[in-house]
Ligand binder design. Structure first.
Ligand code: AKG
Length: 303
């Protein structure tokens, strides 16, 4: 695949209507090399909705060390000034820390946990590498929201991800409830690609990681997809719960209006058959902390 064949044009001058996705959603099954723990029903549900939620996937005990690490990274002076630490718009609170699978042993190990990898490899039907990882902290009262978007749209336009063959895994590190800005998803939206209007600004990531305004779907398309697919869902649960969602599922979240932080870690697994090339709609590649260049297949840790 080269960039001459852009199957998912976006960041265009004029609006292009949304169209049906050209790629499968689930690549593996319950037999064969990448068979995994997900049942046929779970695979079908992921195919239909674009996500799967696992309540209390890890226990409180399992995640105790990750909560400590979450705090440590947020307070780590040696990370101050690094571009991979994003502050809230108009504030000094940490919004996100990127590349946590590289800067933290603890999160590196979590990203290679066999219980996650088995499921992700089954969904993608191949070996996988990490395209991006991050913690979104969403601190109490101060954490702002994330506008609706498809991650694939950005990864395609700005990172050169050719096809829809990536899955995000979000692990809840502090309880997510209706008050602290849980992630919301549009079930079924992953089946359509919504081209976005407007060219990619230079160094777009410097603003988009605080508030994304380019590469977001127009309201008409959004409303249509929300109507079509049956609304919006916000899977909530205690720390240790896990969400797997397709790279093209529309999602976003509100600000945290409660005193309690809503902190989740995200690992983005891309298929080894779908390695990134050059951006489809940006002048330059984004920095490595946002889009990995070492496409190394992951090996599971021993439990
Ligand atoms: C992102 O980081 O791109 C997200 O969409 C996450 C939204 C959230 O953490 O609420």
């Amino acid at each position: 695949m080269d960039n001459m064949q852009d199957l998912y044009p976006s960041r265009t001058k004029r609006k292009i209507d949304m169209f049906e996705r050209l790629d499968p959603v689930v690549y593996g099954d319950t037999t064969g090399k990448y068979k995994g723990p997900l049942s046929s029903e779970e695979l079908q549900s992921f195919d239909d909705n674009g996500f799967l939620f696992f309540d209390q996937f890890f226990s409180e005990d399992d995640i105790a060390e990750f909560r400590q690490e979450l705090k440590r990274l947020c307070e780590d002076d040696s990370l101050r000034g690094w571009d991979g630490v994003i502050r809230e718009p108009n504030g000094d609170e940490v919004r996100s820390v990127f590349e946590v699978h590289k800067i933290s042993n603890c999160f590196n190990r979590l990203s290679r946990h066999p219980r996650i990898l088995d499921r992700v490899r089954q969904l993608l039907g191949s070996e996988v590498y990490i395209h991006q990882s991050r913690i979104n902290y969403k601190p109490g009262f101060k954490g702002k929201g994330f506008n609706w978007h498809s991650d694939f749209e950005t990864w395609h336009a700005e990172d050169g991800m050719p096809r829809m063959r990536a899955v995000s895994c979000s692990i809840i590190l502090t309880d997510n409830n209706e008050f602290n800005g849980p992630l919301m998803l549009v079930p079924g939206s992953h089946k359509f690609f919504v081209p976005c209007v407007g060219p990619t600004p230079e160094d777009h990531y410097k603003n988009s990681l605080k508030i994304q305004q380019t590469g977001v779907p127009d309201n008409d398309s959004l409303a249509q997809l929300i109507d079509l697919a049956g609304g919006i869902e916000a899977p909530k649960g205690p720390a240790g719960s896990m969400l797997l969602f397709d790279c093209n599922t529309l999602h976003g979240s509100n600000a945290n209006m409660s005193p309690y932080p809503r902190s989740n870690v995200f690992f983005v697994y891309n298929s080894m058959e779908n390695r990134t090339t050059t951006p489809y709609a940006a002048n330059r590649r984004r920095p490595e902390f946002l889009a990995a260049r070492d496409h190394i297949p992951l090996t599971p840790i021993e439990e």
